[in-house]
Design a protein around this ligand. Sequence first.
Ligand code: PLP
Length: 362
Amino acid sequence: MRLGKISGNGEFTRRCQHFFESRYGFHKCLLTTSCTDALEMAAILLDIKPGDEVIVPSFTFVSTANAFVLRGATILFVDSKQDHPTMDESLIEALITSKTKAIVAVHYGGLGCQMDVIMDIASRYNLFVVEDAAQAIDSFQEGRPLGSFGHLACFSFHETKNIQCGEAGLLVINDPSLVKRAEIIWEKGTDRAAFSRGEIQKYGWKDIGSSFLPSDLSAAFLWAQLENLDCIQSRRKEIWEAYHQFFTHGIELGLLDSGFLHQVRMSVKDLSFTTVSRASEANAHLYFLVFDTGRDRSLALQNLMENEILAVFHYQSLHRSSFAKVHFPGQAEKSLHAADHFSDCLLRLPLFYELPELSKSF
Ligand SMILES: *Cc1c(COP(=O)(O)O)cnc(C)c1O
């Protein structure tokens, strides 16, 4: 407030963008009003037009597909892996046609897709890759941060993510040839960003665009979170590990209260489920169990609710949605068994910074 400027592209916006560029080596970062908006910017930037095809996993959030549907694209849905909610890279190539423009890789729960495989396919067919890294801040793959592989990547700072400011997102532009136009789309279709840097005398209408900048108030909140990123991340990883040791070896690490863990144990007793291990480089965004049947998941959810533990399921396969049935009927008829299995059987346990303290009240 004291800086006298709280609209977008101010001091805190620049600090946040610089943080990502320097910490993760992303080529260029633009803070956006949401990850949904970053995805919409990506679709505009890649010149997605009616008739173009975009390959998207079925087990993802609506925005992953909607951003491209808004430009008139046809979505081709990919199944998940049998034992993992991220998309099965081996199924991508069969979906590519002369109309394919882009592949969207979603890093579910901060667990990376196999980016070397996806980038190889993309370069052979001359396609763009957009990483939907909404949940993947501070996650790595073979030492490289997620969000640094694709031509573009999109992050979310919605309050449900590891680092948040209510609502905001980030567009990462790794392909230098896309930077100039990205700034114009970001600033309502004008070259105002260049004007703000003193590079030109006046700014004007150059392209299509929209108001994709968050207020600097949001950026200031986000900056405070980023200053505490390491602390937040290490706490989340500890909580993740506490759950995992408990479920895989019955070991209590002492971080989560015994009473709380006892309630969790009783809630899933006699039900069959598996856990998915965390790649050591992942960001502990989610801890989830995958039940053998939808019935077992419902029972677990109900038991946890009765014990006042809020557990939630996650995405419902997009190819089975009522929207897909109307707009992509051929896709809706596909059977994507793995995606449906995760839609029906996956359950997320509470994982947030204050959980260790709160668990003492059980
Ligand atoms: C949260 C999320 C989004 C949307 O993020 P917003 O910032 O709320 O727009 C998109 N994709 C995935 C995979 C998400 O988890």
